[in-house]
Design a protein around this ligand. Structure first.
Ligand SMILES: Nc1ncnc2c1ncn2[C@@H]1O[C@H](COP(=O)(O)OP(=O)(O)OP(=O)(O)O)[C@@H](O)[C@H]1O
Ligand SMILES: O=C(O)[C@H](O)COP(=O)(O)O
Length: 400
């Protein structure tokens, strides 16, 4: 597989780097800069080699047109601080500002382009539309480095199509992530427990199918819980729900039972009558998972469930955890996530935390990163890797 050295002498060359700078924001304040820090070594390496470094990245899911709430401008400032070098911010991705920023770079200089998802070509399902946008991106550079591990599972223009158009290489972050995750796919020590949570329910429900074949236990928390509870015939009030996935959840539960794989769902949940927002004090209440009131929504796993999850993790030799157990950003709904994180720190074996918010959660809740075997920058990406799926952003670099 081609690494950066395979691109030859980079001095004076324009190198487009796809990083994953999708960090949590509170307004314009970055609440966890882990993904920016993880991107620094490759950008520094390229800049030190004399390349003119053009960084492209996304923030959130703005839906294909500019939306100031998802601007990368605050990220450019933080990136510059962490690099200890200036970063020129372009206010568009492939327009006049981007061309000007790139043209103005000196050898070793660094530019960050505005959110690549402000362009509908980036995420289009139409190959021609994506390709046309990738052509524009490719015009800004002489070579491409894929370093955004968190997005390598996305067949998107800045991850996949641009690599078809430029001499391309894998950045050190992607290579390092793949190395660690491979240890989880090749003969994991058992029991092997996978913990799933978070809010990208439709993305992550799909991975359960394959994980049933691989893990010994699946612990389910976060927003995914409610589609399972509903599939079991319980009311879930105003909680997150993927109504078209009820049959799928029923099938998963049956398949897991057939194959002797334990799926652990919470037996109690912490609810409130509204999603937490700045101007209202939370009113958390613990209710049985089978009795969520119609005017309430589940925002964390309850204390009994947190204890049961911790117990289920106590004899694990391999653990992969993606997705917070609740809305950990608000202290009233952080206990489930805290309990699972605590249990992971005690695992006698390999524990891996994956995902932007999951990694942010362990740091925000005050855990020492060194207490975990590995903290991955990719959530969905690492899950799909563990499933054994081909990841478009990696496959495109490995083609002949
Ligand atoms: N019950 C719930 N209802 C709504 N949101 C929830 C619930 N539980 C957790 N969340 C939210 O899930 C979000 C994180 O989910 P997500 O699936 O994006 O995880 P992640 O670790 O960032 O993975 P990835 O890297 O794939 O995005 C957090 O912001 C958290 O508040
Ligand atoms: O947060 C993530 O997992 C990555 O940045 C990918 O984001 P996406 O799920 O919106 O593609």
């Amino acid at each position: 597989m081609s690494d950066i050295a395979s691109l030859g002498n980079l001095s004076g060359k324009r190198v487009l780097v796809r990083s994953d700078l999708n960090v949590p924001l509170d307004g314009t304040t970055i609440t966890d800069d882990g993904r920016i820090r993880a991107s620094v070594p490759t950008i520094t390496q390229l800049s030190d080699a004399g390349a003119r470094v053009v960084v492209t990245a996304h923030l959130g899911r703005p839906g294909g047109s500019p939306d100031p709430r998802y601007s990368l401008e605050p990220v450019a400032r933080r990136l510059s601080e962490l690099l200890g070098r200036p970063v020129v911010f372009a206010s568009d991705t492939v327009g006049a500002s981007a061309s000007e920023a790139v043209a103005g770079l000196e050898d070793g200089g660094i530019a960050l382009l505005e959110n690549v998802r402000f362009n509908d070509g980036e995420t289009s399902k139409d190959d021609a539309v994506r390709g046309a946008f990738a052509d524009q991106l490719a015009q800004l550079a002489d070579a491409f480095v894929s370093d955004g591990f968190g997005v390598v599972h996305r067949k998107q223009a800045s991850v996949y199509d641009v690599a078809l158009r430029l001499p391309s290489a894998m950045g050190g972050l992607v290579a390092a992530e793949v190395d660690v995750l491979r240890r989880l796919t090749e003969h994991p020590e058992r029991p092997y427990v996978v913990v799933l949570g978070g809010s990208k329910v439709s993305d992550k429900l799909g991975v359960i199918d394959n994980l049933i074949d691989k893990a010994d236990k699946l612990l389910i928390g976060g927003g995914m819980v409610f589609t399972f509870l509903k599939a079991q015939g319980h009311e879930v009030g105003k909680s997150l729900l993927e109504a078209d996935q009820l049959d799928t959840c029923t099938r998963y539960l049956a398949e897991a039972a057939d194959r002797g794989v334990e799926i652990l769902l919470p037996t109690d949940v912490v609810v409130d009558t509204a999603f937490p927002s700045g101007d209202r004090a939370p009113e958390p209440r613990v209710v049985p998972a089978s009795e969520i009131p119609s005017d309430a929504l589940g925002l964390d796993i309850g204390p009994d469930s947190a204890a049961a999850f911790a117990a289920a993790l106590s004899d694990a030799r391999t653990v992969f955890w993606n997705g917070p157990m609740g809305v950990f950003e608000v202290e009233a709904f952080a206990d489930g996530t805290r309990a699972v994180a605590e249990a992971l720190t005690k695992v006698d074996g390999l524990s891996v935390v994956g995902g932007g918010d999951s990694a942010a959660a362990v740091r925000q809740l005050g855990f020492d990163e060194a207490a975990f075997g590995h903290i991955s920058t990719g959530g969905g990406a690492s899950l799909e890797f563990l499933e054994g799926k081909e990841l478009p952003g990696i496959a495109v670099l490995e083609r002949d």
